[in-house]
Design a protein around this ligand. Sequence first.
Ligand code: FCB
Length: 447
Amino acid sequence: MRKFPEHFVWGTATSSFQIEGGRDTRGESIWDQFCKNPGKVLNGDHGEVACDHINRYPEDIQLMKDLDVPWYRFSISWSRIFPDGDRVVNEEGLAFYDRLLTELEAKGIKPAVTLYHWDLPQALQDRGGWMNREIVEEFAHYCEVLFDRFGDRVSNWITHNEPWVVSWLGHGSGEHAPGYRDIPAFLKAAHHVLLSHGKVVEQFRAKQRKGEIGITLNLNSSYAADEQPSSKEAAVRWDGFLNRWFLDPVFKGSYPADMLEHYSVYTDFSFIKEGDLEAIAAPVDFLGINYYSISYLNHQPGAWLDAGHEGGGHRRTAMGWEVYAKGLSDLLIRLKEEYNNPVLYVTENGAAYDDEVTDGKVVDSDRIQYLQEHLDACLDAIEAGADLRGYFAWSFLDNFEWAFGYSKRFGLVYVDFETQERIPKESAKWFQQVIQNNGVEVQVKTN
Ligand code: FCB
């Protein structure tokens, strides 16, 4: 068995829109609207009920406790706190998170709270959402309300979950809410998301708030598909698009020069104002990483960034994502080397498979193998000096997987969406063992 460092943080993760439901007790969010657009979300699925966590949270937290999971990463729904996107607070919304925190405290589970996991109040979208610079102040105000209310009970805050997804999938490719397909809008939204992060960190420090604050980025390792120099260049562009565009401003206070050049055909960047980059680079206490898969690139004229995607020949999850755990250790080591050895947490990692219940059990060996390989990769990175302090499995429960609706199951716990019955999968029991041992049995590496 390979052991993790003492005090390594173990947890599971979820997000508000994906599990809460309780649509009638909050304002409309951009995902409620998006779900109504025919063809945007598989099977017309929506978040009205989801896992009904709004009502079932005591049972869910008890399950976490039974599984010995010491930390829980969840997000707060902005539209539950400010249903109309103005500054009129919904006390009932705050009361829900108050009850949730009380329940967690009663079970000895520590919270890590994401402030924005994609469910923007629709009323703010109607004012331009992340494309309108005013959102920075709105986000800062929303966060202040939460820090004031819960700051003495939450020690770990994550400003944003995956700015690349918010900006690119939401405004560039249109696969996510609010569904724009507009490159300038992507770049503008990305900047405002990053700026809002920086402003919130600045004010967190200015008010000398207790606890730690950071950001979660979805990062991957981008490799050249072959030995061609043009493939290597495509991989560098892809890395710039996905990783460096977000890492560099946060850790270096600048956008990467090569990407500024690539993007200059789309925008004059006039939305970047003096002082913005200093604000974005406000020092964070940690970087959260959501890691799922890798990319292999080659030169493909006419494709986005002239980058074509090749398979790497690895096995795939039900999402079609290639499984390559070494991509995670490569990434963690690279962050240590190129970004000044930041404190790191894997805030999401996991896999969807077509789980089935047989005789009351879900035997999800594929998921166990996925998790085992990625935990092994975490240990490789720690041995190589990466300052990785914790790991959160995505997800605690099967839930609403965005454009894929309820068709993709990422949970350690199976959810029957008809009856809302929860069944811990074999992977949940396996993860419990990992936590109890603070270590993982290592098998022969398969790729
Ligand atoms: C991440 C999201 C999370 C979930 C997983 C599978 O991009 O943060 O909400 O959808 O992917």
